[in-house]
Design a protein around this ligand. Structure first.
Ligand code: PMV
Length: 326
């Protein structure tokens, strides 16, 4: 095979990855736990050919040289493993806005990794695919396995990978993403993460994070939605506390972000059990029980600063597709 297509989901972390101990291998300072998202996917087709003289990379809505160089760099890694020196054509499309903090790099590098590896007939285990995707973008390693996923911190490249804790249908929850602006963030998570340990609070975060991971897994095992919501909200705010107190500070929020957070709290006092999470960006992830999705959507449709609502359920990880983009 020489041409292959993959679809991979974005993911939302409940316990976050923020800070690296090795930035070229993308080894994290701590492990993390996430869920794959059914409504936010990247589809990527990769073709290798002897007569291509250079990589041709076409990413919908992103023509930046730095993005193309990152994709080519990742292909180089795969070419090295397979000892192939053919150049490639890559076409990639997201079904959601990119670079606004919706973790498009996770779905993008998971899809790219699976499509490229398969195009070159390399048969990797899920673990090895996850290790390879991690080197494209850290959080991409969590978009390879299905459903609810743990990324092990590990000690080296071989031990830092993701695996599935539970299949998608295990926990009946949803992630309703409220897009408050399509504006691209000015500092990418790659640049932001370098600053993590300039925050005076980072040491405290790292001292407690292993316990937090144990706790979230116990809570998910018990399907205890209230404890789950409380823990993921405080974790999202803790990560933003690190960002806000970095040097220089990182402020990813827009006024709409704060308004939505306040509305989430108000909805709870009115009896609807919903909780928020945030990544690097202005948009807000609202985690609710599956049965409450329609009510939630109806409520937010009426709010002025809401530009778009994306409903997600827990999803499978990266998979192959026959629908090539070219
Ligand atoms: O993989 P990156 O470099 O896009 O980092 C993602 C970081 C957060 O989304 C903020 C947290 C996480 O664990 O997904």
């Amino acid at each position: 095979m020489i041409k292959s297509t993959s679809i991979a989901p974005s993911n939302i972390a409940f316990i976050k990855y923020w800070g690296k101990k090795d930035s070229s291998l993308k080894l994290p300072l701590n492990g993390s736990v996430s869920m794959n998202l059914s409504g936010m996917t990247t589809t990527t087709t990769v073709e290798f050919k002897k007569d291509f003289t250079e990589d041709e990379i076409l990413i919908e809505n992103d023509d930046r040289k730095k993005t193309k160089d990152r994709v080519s760099g990742h292909l180089d890694k795969i070419r090295q493993i397979t000892e192939v020196d053919m150049k490639a054509k890559v076409v990639s499309r997201n079904n959601f806005p990119s670079s606004t903090g919706l973790s498009s790099s996770s779905s993008a590098f998971a899809a790219l990794t699976l499509a490229a590896v398969n195009a070159l007939n390399l048969h990797l285990s899920e673990k090895d695919l996850s290790i390879l995707a991690r080197q494209g973008s850290g959080s991409a390693c969590r978009s390879i396995p299905d459903g609810f996923v743990e990324w092990l911190e590990g000690e080296d490249s071989n031990s830092s990978y993701s695996y599935s804790l539970h299949p998608p249908e295990y926990f009946d929850i949803a992630d309703v993403v409220i897009v408050v602006s399509d504006k691209k963030k000015d500092i990418s998570s790659t640049e932001g993460q370098i600053l993590a340990d300039t925050s005076p609070f980072m040491a405290t975060r790292l001292a407690n994070i292993k316990d937090k991971i144990i706790k979230i897994k116990q809570i998910i095992n018990k399907k205890d939605f209230s404890s789950f919501g409380q823990l993921i909200e405080s974790e999202a705010l803790e990560m933003h506390a690190i960002m806000l107190t970095s040097n220089p500070p990182l402020i990813y929020w827009q006024p709409g972000t704060i308004n939505i957070i306040k509305l989430v709290k108000k909805m709870r006092t009115e009896g609807l059990e919903v909780y928020f999470s945030l990544n690097t960006g202005q948009d807000v992830h609202i985690i609710c029980k599956r049965k409450d999705v329609n009510k939630l959507e109806g409520y937010f449709r009426k709010i002025e600063e809401v530009k778009r609502i994306i409903v997600n359920y827990p999803s499978v990880g990266a998979r192959l597709s026959d629908n090539h983009l070219f």
